[in-house]
Ligand binder design. Structure first.
Ligand code: ARG
Length: 470
């Protein structure tokens, strides 16, 4: 049964188009939202005098029966068909209570209904995404605390640059995720507006108390413009953008760990559970979990692009194109949640090889900047210090030796003031780490402080999320 039969010739339906235009297969995920929004809406409709209280009660009870039935039957939608979940509910209600079900649709449209449900879904999805992100942030902090003191080469251009603490490295991703959570919060706040009462586009002609309706449905505010709220899906695009950015961050983490787990570097090893082998090469252990995270970032980027393209050029107000928002939204959210959870497990089970990391800090002249800095402390202009150290590096490279193997006489050819102190600076990556004491630097005490601050920030986040559940 369609919700719009009257205007149309009977029996003129093409199964191809029925299948093409249905959204039930996707928006059945909204079933509990649909039932709840309808129930609360009916209550307010009765308060507005647009529906008799006895009718409202009967309709609400019917919807309640459906809700219980749905909750008892996790596979409730199997074998069911409808144009969309809203149509299914109305048809089902008619089976449940008969003719009075035909009053369900009073004063509302699927246009304000579907976007109300989408906004409720988005708010809940954001809570779940934040919870998943908090799990990953916690794992990063745990690892950072556990391995505090471990030094590894920091890279720029993927070339050895300066030594850093492994914990400092991990905290970089903590910061990225913390910003992603902030963006989720912003997005949640903008999504937190009530569409119901906007009707199909122009608003409802029944005297609904929309502020009270918003409170009952858990919205912070009422949407101020009915055309806007029934036809924009900017909040879907915004959430997908945040999902995308989160996955861009996870994708970079994945890329790092893929490189670090290559035997050429050997800083880490993935647990067997999150790796796969080769059907041909018996020795292979591949970091497929991380490669898939990288790949899924591309997929969600496609979803974002699809969602924005969907909106671009749509005339106001609702157009059926908007039905496609669900495919993008559901897939984007589900994929991002999966990636956050897999990344958490990969990290929680990751084997770390501190001695490999540490050994690598003695290759690649990571202390070159510290040598130059030391010369600056001895009043050499930095540019000159840079030149002297550069020439020493060049010499070492030609002799295939490191800073610690260079003799005093050799070193003095390039750095006239070379002495025991400079030799110590040159051969101590740990000292280089120690010196970066300014806020935000990799010195152990700063990193430790960041861990403590991070733990407090995480506690705040968890508190906020727990309060929201109530
Ligand atoms: N299934 C539709 C959607 O997801 C519901 C709204 C249909 N509205 C309409 N005027 N045809 O957007």
């Amino acid at each position: 049964m369609k919700l719009w039969g009257g205007r149309f010739a009977r029996g003129r339906r093409d199964p191809l188009f029925e299948r093409f235009s249905e959204s039930f297969s996707l928006d059945q995920r909204f079933i509990l939202y649909d039932l709840r929004v309808n129930q609360i809406y009916l209550k307010h409709l009765a308060s507005a005098g647009a529906l008799r209280q006895t009718d409202a009660r009967q309709l609400i009870r019917g919807l309640e029966n459906i809700r219980r039935w749905v909750e008892r039957h996790p596979d409730w939608s199997r074998g069911q068909a409808a144009e969309d979940v809203h149509t299914w509910v109305e048809n089902r209600l008619e089976r449940e209570i008969g003719a009075p079900a035909r009053k369900l649709r009073t004063g509302r449209s699927r246009n304000d209904l579907v976007v109300t449900e989408t906004r409720l879904f988005v708010k809940d999805a954001i809570d779940k995404l934040e919870r998943d992100a908090a799990g990953l942030m916690e794992t990063l902090l745990t690892l950072a605390r556990k391995h505090l003191g471990v030094v590894l080469p920091g890279y720029t251009h993927l070339q050895p640059a300066q030594p850093i603490l492994f914990s400092h490295y991990l905290l970089a991703y903590f910061e990225m995720l913390a910003r992603d959570v902030g963006r989720l919060e912003d997005c949640r706040d903008r999504a937190d507006e009530l569409p119901m009462g906007a009707g199909a586009l122009a608003g409802t002609a029944f005297p609904l108390d929309r502020a009270a309706l918003a409170r009952d449905l858990g919205f912070a505010r009422v949407a101020r413009n009915s055309l806007d709220v029934t036809s924009d899906r900017d909040f879907v695009g915004e959430l997908l953008f945040v999902c995308c950015l989160t996955l861009v961050h996870l994708s970079r983490l994945a890329e790092d760990l893929i490189l670090y787990s290559s035997p050429a570097l050997g800083y880490v090893e993935l647990a067997d559970e999150y790796s796969t082998g080769s059907s041909l090469m018996p020795q292979k252990k591949n970091a497929d979990s991380l490669e898939l995270i990288r790949g899924k970032a591309a997929r969600v980027l496609g979803r974002l692009s699809g969602a924005l393209t969907l909106l671009k050029g749509l005339p106001l107000a609702y157009n059926r194109d908007l039905q496609e928002d669900k495919a993008a939204l559901f897939d984007g959210v589900d994929t991002t949640r999966d990636c956050l959870q897999v990344a958490t497990q990969v990290l929680a089970t990751l084997r770390i090889f501190p001695e490999k990391m540490e050994a690598a800090t003695h290759l690649g002249f990571l202390t070159a900047t510290d040598l130059a800095d030391e010369l600056v402390r001895r009043s050499l202009p930095f540019a000159e210090a840079h030149e002297q150290v550069g020439r020493l590096v060049r010499h070492c490279l030609s002799k295939k030796i490191g800073f610690s193997e260079v003799s005093e006489a050799e070193a003095r050819r390039f750095i006239p003031s070379w002495d025991h102190d400079l030799a110590r600076v040159a051969s101590s990556p740990a000292l280089a780490v120690e010196k970066r004491k300014a806020l935000g630097g990799t010195a152990p005490f700063q990193v430790k402080r960041q861990i403590v601050l991070g733990e407090n920030r995480l506690k705040e986040l968890r508190k906020r999320l727990a309060e929201r559940k109530l």
